[in-house]
Design a protein around this ligand. Structure first.
Ligand SMILES: [Mn+2]
Length: 302
């Protein structure tokens, strides 16, 4: 089942307005330069590149756009979320959208879209929880908030941009690979009863058992969206990320995770986010993300 050829529709969202460090707006270019389309074609998939969603340029926004209460660039991010949903609405229902970020706030659009197509399990693979709200965020950067927003918690303008709220139910979400949570994120995860599988779980039980637990916890849904933040990888594997945290997934663990999700066969959408070419070494991080995309869509060793 995992080797079934897919129709993959790529959509770039070159946005770094949600991040504290600049540069992830170049992520879509880096992923394309790392031969994403060619690698997926070599696996037998049909690939359509829809180009990029138009994203405001930070420097061209009016003075003060970066400061809106505690949230940076909230209006521009809300507008980009709406445009991302619009662009994805044109993707045929039997195709698999692949959104190229951009900072992780691009997933507001992609996950909102996925939920519009039907109840969707969300596998959020990330070093961080992305569960902050304006009240709990230490930085005001929206890329630390998308999962909270998709669960219905956060700024009203961003919630409105996602459409019907909440976009995902807590029981339909698994967060995997986490090793850095702010106190407010820990509290929200606890309040919602969110399933969070940390790096400590992976250390103790092994990646294979943790991946099985993640997929098992989502066994009640037919559709599965994978939101893959490059910073879940160890910085030695993926140096080109804005918010690196030591102690991440090894190269093999990441591939095994992708292979197990591929075998599961339910994948309906994918985000590749937080690749920052300005911090990378020879585009290595984008290259790893492309390889992981291949494993996720059916590439095997044998
Ligand atoms: Mn993230």
């Amino acid at each position: 089942m995992s080797r079934t050829p897919r129709q993959l529709h790529l959509l770039g969202v070159p946005m770094d307005l949600g991040a504290g460090r600049r540069g992830v707006d170049m992520g879509p270019s880096a992923l394309r330069l790392a031969r994403l389309e060619a690698v997926l074609r070599e696996l037998g998939h049909t690939v359509v590149d829809l180009g990029n969603v138009e994203v405001p340029v930070a420097e061209a926004l009016p003075p003060g756009a970066s400061v809106s209460g505690q949230l940076r660039f909230v209006e521009a991010i809300a507008a980009t979320t709406a445009r991302t949903r619009e662009a994805l609405a044109a993707v045929p229902s039997d195709a698999t959208p692949v959104v190229l970020g951009g900072d992780h706030s691009v997933s507001l659009g992609s996950v909102a879209h996925a939920s519009e197509r039907g109840r969707t399990g969300l596998l959020w693979i990330d070093a961080h929880g992305d569960l902050n709200t304006p009240a709990s965020s230490p930085s005001g950067n929206v890329h630390g908030m998308p999962l909270a927003l998709l669960l219905g918690h956060g700024d009203a303008r961003l919630l409105a941009a996602c459409g019907e709220v909440p976009r995902v139910r807590p029981e339909d979400v698994v967060v995997l690979g986490v090793r850095s949570l702010d106190p407010g994120e820990r509290a929200l995860a606890g309040d919602l009863g969110l399933r969070v599988l940390t790096m400590a779980d992976i250390d103790r039980r092994g990646l294979s058992a943790v991946a099985e637990a993640a997929l098992g916890a989502l066994a009640h849904v037919d559709r599965l969206h994978v939101s893959l933040d490059a910073d879940v990888l160890d910085p030695s594997v993926a140096p080109g990320v804005g918010t690196p945290v030591v102690g991440g997934l090894t190269y093999r663990e990441a591939h095994l995770l992708m292979e197990l999700v591929a075998e599961d066969g339910r994948l309906t959408g994918l985000d590749l986010v937080e690749v920052n070419p300005t911090l990378d070494v020879q585009n290595r991080t984008a290259a790893v993300m492309v390889e992981l995309s291949a494993s996720l869509t059916g590439k095997r060793i044998l």
